[in-house]
Design a protein around this ligand. Sequence first.
Ligand code: MRU
Length: 356
Amino acid sequence: MTKESQQPTPEVLQSLIWDNDALSLLDQRLLPEETVYLRLTTTQDVWEAIRELKVRGAPAIGIAAAYGVVLGVQDFIGSTADWAAEAERQAEHLATSRPTAVNLFWALDRMKARARALAEQGVASAEATQALLDEAKQIHAEDEATNRLIGEHALTLFKDGMGVLTHCNAGGLATAKYGTALAPFYLALEQGIQLKVFADETRPVLQGARLTAFELQRAGVDVTLICDNMAGHVMSKGWIQAVIVGTDRVAANGDVANKIGTYSVAVLAKAHGIPFYVACPLSTIDLSTPTGADIPIEERHSDEVTVGFGKRTAPEGIAVYNPAFDVTPAELVTAIVTEKGIVTAPYEENLRKLFD
Ligand code: MRU
């Protein structure tokens, strides 16, 4: 059911802004306590921002990296061929910042292809840098439009009054605007559709508590924060009618990598007969990765687990395993929502059709 509403589009804090030859980046590590924009002027600044989760979320990482390539060549003086080689070198470096989100490699491939094309055309390096910046801006702008479409498609899956659970942060902060999994919540708000969102806090780095709860509350969405281990309990109470999450990479067979804990949520959803939806742009679908087992899973520092809440919460010297992502097998995924529409099984076949 769709209702008309007078409410304007809620304002979302922008995670990335190109500003006067620099990338102005919202430091997501400091949220929700502080809203601080960092001014990044070098490729290495961007590399560190990605690695240290100052910017995070698959699409936002890709956008940041695209601007990072521009920062790496904007002071370059020399031949166009050398300029393109430098752009390529900076892109290769940025590709080592984090391994799982395929949007990073997608954006860098696009920037490298543009740089090569400019070099082939013999465009002088200063003009070529401007054209490369236009490409990064284009990636940024396209992401916003894409997410709005994802939100429109995803909203068709929800009805007024439903409880919807999400994990991690796949919102405006993780993208140019709206997010992927959170986009339908913003559109529901615009249209006066009441949804009751439950946000998993998402240990170890608390993207759900610090970011999803923050951005949805700020926008006026009805959001309730729960600890990760409460998801089964709220499902058993009948409060959840759907789960929707984002993803860092969808393999060709429909297996989905997302923030650690997503797989457990999918199993719980299955046990309770609740649909489990995944929202992502086509740039997150990687047909060159055959299955989830082929997706590289980042492992992060043990401190994220042992000093989780700003103080030591585990004994010194304890062995820690800290994977940042897990893989949800395709059979647990009810549907994948993209800008081109909603895809269901058989994923191998239907994901491929999206690219025809
Ligand atoms: O480690 P993070 O915070 O980068 O992990 C982010 C996620 O897992 C998101 O769900 C995913 O990138 C999709 S963001 C639209």
